[in-house]
Design a protein around this ligand. Structure first.
Ligand SMILES: Cc1ncc(COP(=O)(O)O)c(C=O)c1O
Length: 483
């Protein structure tokens, strides 16, 4: 869908008041800025009253007195997720090994079953999505798989493509080593994994990990991805995030996919920061693969199982990290030494799925599907619009590092302040859970399923009070640790 339309307001809708005010003169100061409904508290109450999703908050567990703005790192437990986890724990206790075949539903196909549940959220056919492993492991196996395809001469057609350097010689010339195109603002683990996969094929990652630079330290301009493809003929895989983990910039998946394919490269995405918050159309966009986690916006719990997408046209390939759980299901237990990949994304599973790390996902996805991913996105944009407007009006020392256009904004807002780390500590001490990302970003995530507009206002009130009083200045800065 066109994200800019979701909350653009042509059709009114429950969040229209936020849009109308924000499209006018903004919120102004607390004493009124002359816009249609400038009092933020009144506006927040109106929006919360009219919010068709407001009832969902009661189905998530956020402790009293806590404003949880960190669901982009770890989503909260829900009744539904705990119920599906409890069910599997009961099955383990009561059925033991029989759970693999006799539980309802049987554990044996948990990866495929949960993949089916996730597929509509990313616009994929059920056979193209499976849960298994973690993001990092899935980057390893998918980058490895597609590097192997390129090295075997089976990559996408690049006949028509002529890059400035023209070095690619797929039929055995000296420059047959493919490069992987990533960007400077990626989550580091993806680079570690891509580098390792290049190294394992004797390819020097210092040469062949091509990194698109950021112009502003916050975002990646899609024109720079296109320029990198135009400059280098050796790019065999474009591996980008759907949304940047720090600034929250949302990428144009279809545009990048088209550019990659025109250049004869595969294209894959790390959707950790959008899956469950932003609707995707991976099938229509024609991408080759994607990876994401389920512990952020999918609310399946700490360390919950990862997920991946592989386009149907690639089913049947042998994964770089093959394992028995990716074997053709019908013959998996024949224990053949020869590996026959499942004819689905299921082939990219590796070993036995961690049932207890997968079980909560069943309930948590059901809840999101009940709310509706399009409606969640519409509310999320209204929440972040409201947050950005409040920051503009009330926090002069804070910059918004997240793009303002809806089409380029994910589910969280990056607030930039020179004392961001100490500010985030002071907020946590006041029950506002956010996180800090170096060097200067406080990430605030008003996740749509369980956050109200009044919550957003309270967060900004707290930030304003801390900055005005200087309360954050008494906090020490740390050296690492989980934030
Ligand atoms: C964008 C992104 N990619 C990759 C990872 C690593 O994920 P995992 O630890 O599940 O492998 C994370 C973790 O937060 C992430 O945010």
């Amino acid at each position: 869908m066109d994200d800019s339309d979701a909350a653009s307001g042509e059709s009114g809708g429950p969040y229209a008041p936020a849009r109308d005010v924000l499209a006018g003169e903004g919120l102004g100061a607390a004493d009124g800025g002359g816009a249609a409904d400038p009092d933020p508290a009144v506006l927040a109450a109106r929006l919360d009253d009219g919010d068709p999703l407001s009832g969902f908050a009661d189905r998530y567990h956020v402790p009293d007195g806590v404003l949880y703005m960190d669901g982009n790192s770890l989503g909260p437990a829900s009744d539904a997720a705990l119920a599906s986890l409890d069910r599997v724990v009961d099955e383990w206790r009561d059925r033991l090994i029989g759970g693999w075949t006799d539980a309802d539903p049987p554990w044996f196909e948990v990866g495929e079953r949960l993949g089916d549940a996730l597929a509509p959220l990313v616009g994929a056919d059920p056979s193209e999505v499976v849960v298994g492993n973690s993001i990092t492991v899935n980057v390893h196996t998918l980058i490895g798989t597609f590097l192997d395809e390129l090295l075997a001469g089976n990559g996408p057609d690049r006949e028509e493509f002529e890059a400035a350097d023209g070095t690619w010689e797929p039929d055995g010339g000296p420059d047959t080593e493919p490069a992987v195109l990533v960007n400077e603002l990626d989550f580091p683990s993806d680079h570690y994994a891509v580098r390792a996969q290049l190294r394992q094929r004797g390819i020097d990652p210092d040469e062949k990990l091509r990194v698109v630079p950021s112009r502003d330290g916050r975002t990646i301009d899609p024109r720079d991805i296109e320029a990198a493809l135009a400059a280098h003929d050796d790019v065999g895989i474009v591996c980008m995030p759907t949304a940047l983990y720090r600034s929250g910039q949302l990428f144009d998946v279809a545009r990048i996919a088209d550019a990659a394919h025109e250049a004869g490269a595969y294209v894959g995405f790390d959707a950790a920061h959008s899956a469950g918050a932003v609707p995707h159309e991976f099938g229509d966009a024609g991408i080759d693969f994607a990876v994401w986690c389920t512990y952020k916006y999918l609310n399946a719990g700490p360390g919950s199982i990862g997920a991946l997408f592989v386009a149907e046209r690639h089913h049947g390939l042998t994964p770089a990290l093959a394992g028995w759980w990716g074997h053709e299901k019908a013959t998996q237990f024949e224990m053949n030494m020869e590996y026959t990949p499942a004819e689905s994304a299921g082939a990219w599973q590796i070993g036995t799925p961690p049932l207890l790390a997968a079980a909560p996902l069943e309930g948590s996805v059901e809840l999101l599907r009940e709310a509706g991913i399009e409606r969640l996105r519409e509310k999320s944009l209204a929440l972040t619009d409201f947050l950005i407007a409040l920051v503009d009006a009330r926090l002069p020392a804070v910059d918004v590092g997240t793009p303002r256009e809806h089409a380029a904004r994910g589910g969280h807002v990056a607030l930039e302040h020179p004392d961001a780390e100490r500010l985030s500590e002071a907020l946590r001490d006041r029950g506002v859970v956010v996180d800090f990302r170096p060097p200067n970003v406080v990430r605030v995530c008003p996740a749509a399923p369980y956050t109200g507009f009044a919550d957003v206002l309270e967060v900004v009130d707290e930030i304003e009070a801390i900055l005005k009083s200087g309360a954050h200045e008494s906090y020490a800065t740390s050296e690492g640790g989980v934030t």
